[in-house]
Every structure is written in structure tokens, then in C-alpha cells.
Design a protein around this ligand. Structure first.
Ligand code: CP
Length: 362
């Protein structure tokens, strides 16, 4: 548990902490709820289960006009800022949709070249300005740990607001991991849930922030086994493996995709993240043996799922899309529901939503 408030810790002290040590500072309600959503490590198993069930309630309530109207009246008096300093299709649109679902008005800056950063304003000052106008900041930024820095910075101002990390550098994409967990939970609801399942991560695991965040969330489930399947140059970093070792999670590091496919319950494909290349090094790595082709559907378990955070390039053949085990388009839709649930939970609206569900939907 934390001994001090975030504004009582210097930035220097804070940066020296591990993600697990920082996590309590992002929580509220005796550590049971998110105030900020910044790192995967802050989400405990009970928190994940609560968010997934809330997402299902929101999804079902939103099926009627009355339900939509109820949801939209939850946060009609609040505003959100969507600050995306890196390109995005899904995360931006699903947060925008989630805000509309729960009635939050949205403002946005989708390109730093349209903000006063071009006049020399620091990103910190720019985002502090957003906090003057809004009640929630949802941000994607190329610098790892930048969302945490903003949460710390605002805790030292007169107007701290919750921060949601919508993707930071190569390190974290916690809300993608939440939607991935929600998709896995829904996919496995009739076969014992996520506990005991085998999940393979494939592709660029070194620079894929979605993999890093999801690997940590999966460590909350008992008996899971993770496979990291990639060329040696793009393998998962040792810090994640050290965290899995500490959590007692079983894993294998492999480059033999064909061997792993029939063994697992979920395959999580990723694209090559060449936006981080320094010298076009990705072009010198042969990744074709890590593509999921339609022939592999024959050896995949009948109740397994194929996932991808998207965008994809060639790593999943489009012919795979019509197989019922391909759930990447369902992930996109699930993102809207779990992000709606996260926002409602941050603003303490979850109890009212559960009550409405029990009275009007169940
Ligand atoms: N999955 C994901 O983060 O997609 P976008 O980059 O399009 O937001």
C-alpha cells in the first residue's frame, strides 16, 4: 500500500519505482478502483472481473433507446480531452464512441503540429492546459512513461484530473490489454474462462506494447501458459520475463510457430512495429514464417481464437477473417464496451449502472 499521496513524492523518486510499486498511486477506493488507468500492473484480478462484467452490462443496456438514454445521462456534465500525439484508428474512435455512450463531451488534439507545441510550448504545459477545460484526459504519446509523468505533474496542481493511457511509447497499452482480456473472457466463457489456457504471442514482441500489457494481465489468471514466438531480434524483453518469473507464470520462448499453433487456446498476432526502426533494421529480418496462413486453420484447436490488436499487414491472411475463430474484429467492438466501463468506473457510476441493469434488463 502507498504511504504517501502522489503529490508528496518527487518525480525523481517516482521514476525509480517499478510499475507494481507505482500502481497503488493510480488507484482509489482502498486500492480497489482506478483513478488513473496508466499501467497494466495496476489491475488486479477482481478489478478485471468487475470491469468485464460492467462492460457486459453497458453492452446489454445500450441495446434499447431507453438504455442508451440512461447511459448518456451518467456523465453529461463532464468533458474529456482526447490527446493523440501518435496515429490511431481504433483506440481513438473507440474512446470517442465510449465517451458518447456515457454522455461525455469530447475535445481533441490529434496532431501536436496543430497545438501550441509548435510555438515551443512543452507537452507538459499543453496537457496542463487541457486539464483546465476537461475532467478526463485520454492520451497517446510516443514517449514511454509520459502518461505517468502527466498524472504526477497534475497531482501537484490545483486541478488534478484522471489520466487514461491510450498507448505510451513501446512500453504500455493498458486499455488494449483490457479489451483483449474481455475478448478472451467472452470467447472462453463456456470452456472454463481464461484460467488454465495457453496463449501464444507472435510477431514483434520486443516493441509491441499491447503484448507487454496483456502478458502482465494474463499473469493474474491461474495456470495460464504463455508462448513468445518471434525471430530472435524481435523477442520479448527480459523485463517482462522477469515479471512472469516472479509471478510464477509458466512460459516458453520459441521461434517455431508451426509447432506452437496446435498446442494453444489463443494466438495473439502482431505486426512489425517498424515505426521504431532506427536504420530500417526490420527490413533485414525474415518474418514470413510468423504469418498465420489459412492452412494453419486445419491444425488450430476447434475452440481456439485468433487475435490481433490491429492494424495488420500481411501477418494474417485475409482468408482467415471468415473463420469463426478469428476474433480480431470482435476485439475492436469489445474495446468500446470495456472503455465505456472503465470511464464509468473512474467516475464512480458503476453501482448505478449495475442497479439499472438489475431493474431493467436482467
Ligand atoms: N490497437 C490499436 O491501438 O490500434 P490503433 O493504433 O489504430 O489505435
Amino acid at each position: 500500500m502507498k504511504e504517501k499521496a502522489l503529490n508528496q513524492i518527487s518525480w525523481d523518486q517516482f521514476t525509480k519505482m517499478s510499475a507494481e510499486e507505482k500502481s497503488p498511486y493510480f488507484l482509489t477506493g482502498n486500492g480497489t478502483k482506478s483513478y488513473h488507468a496508466l499501467v497494466a500492473q495496476q489491475f488486479s484480478r477482481p478489478m478485471l472481473e468487475e470491469l468485464c462484467s460492467l462492460a457486459t452490462y453497458v453492452r446489454r443496456i445500450a441495446k434499447t433507446r431507453e438504455g442508451c438514454s440512461f447511459l448518456q445521462s451518467r456523465l453529461f456534465d463532464k468533458r474529456a480531452m482526447l490527446y493523440f500525439a501518435q496515429p490511431s484508428t481504433r483506440t481513438y474512435l473507440s474512446f470517442d464512441s465510449a465517451c458518447q455512450t456515457v454522455g461525455l463531451d469530447c475535445m481533441n488534439v490529434r496532431d501536436s503540429s496543430t497545438s501550441s507545441e509548435v510555438k515551443g510550448e512543452s507537452p507538459e504545459d499543453t496537457i496542463r492546459t487541457f486539464s483546465s477545460y476537461t475532467d478526463l484526459i485520454i492520451m497517446r504519446h510516443p514517449a514511454g512513461g509520459f502518461a505517468e509523468r502527466i498524472a504526477w505533474l497534475l497531482s501537484n496542481t490545483g486541478r488534478p484530473v484522471p489520466i487514461i493511457n491510450a498507448g505510451s511509447g513501446k512500453d504500455q497499452h493498458p486499455t488494449q490489454a483490457l479489451l483483449d482480456i474481455y475478448t478472451l473472457e467472452r470467447s472462453f466463457e463456456n470452456i472454463g474462462g481464461i484460467d488454465g489456457k495457453k496463449v501464444a504471442f507472435v510477431g514483434d514482441l520486443k516493441r509491441g506494447r499491447t503484448v507487454r500489457s496483456l502478458a502482465w494481465l494474463l499473469a493474474q489468471y491461474s495456470g495460464v501458459k504463455l508462448y513468445f514466438v518471434a525471430p530472435p531480434e524481435l523477442q520479448i524483453k527480459k523485463d517482462i520475463l522477469a515479471q512472469l518469473d516472479e509471478a510464477g507464470v509458466s512460459y516458453e520462448v520459441s521461434h517455431d510457430f508451426e509447432k506452437v499453433i496446435p498446442e494453444v487456446n489463443a494466438i495473439y498476432m502482431t505486426r512489425i512495429q517498424d515505426e521504431w526502426d532506427i536504420d530500417n533494421e526490420s527490413t533485414r529480418i525474415d518474418t514470413t514464417q510468423f504469418y498465420f496462413t489459412k492452412e494453419y486453420l486445419n491444425v488450430l484447436k476447434k475452440d481456439a481464437v485468433i487475435m490481433h490488436p490491429l492494424p495488420r499487414r500481411k501477418e494474417i491472411d485475409v482468408a482467415v477473417d471468415c473463420d469463426p475463430r478469428a476474433v480480431y474484429w470482435r476485439q475492436v467492438r469489445n474495446g468500446m464496451w470495456i472503455r465505456s466501463a472503465l470511464i464509468l468506473s473512474i467516475f464512480g457510476c458503476d453501482r448505478r449502472v449495475r442497479d439499472y441493469y438489475e431493474e431493467h434488463v436482467q
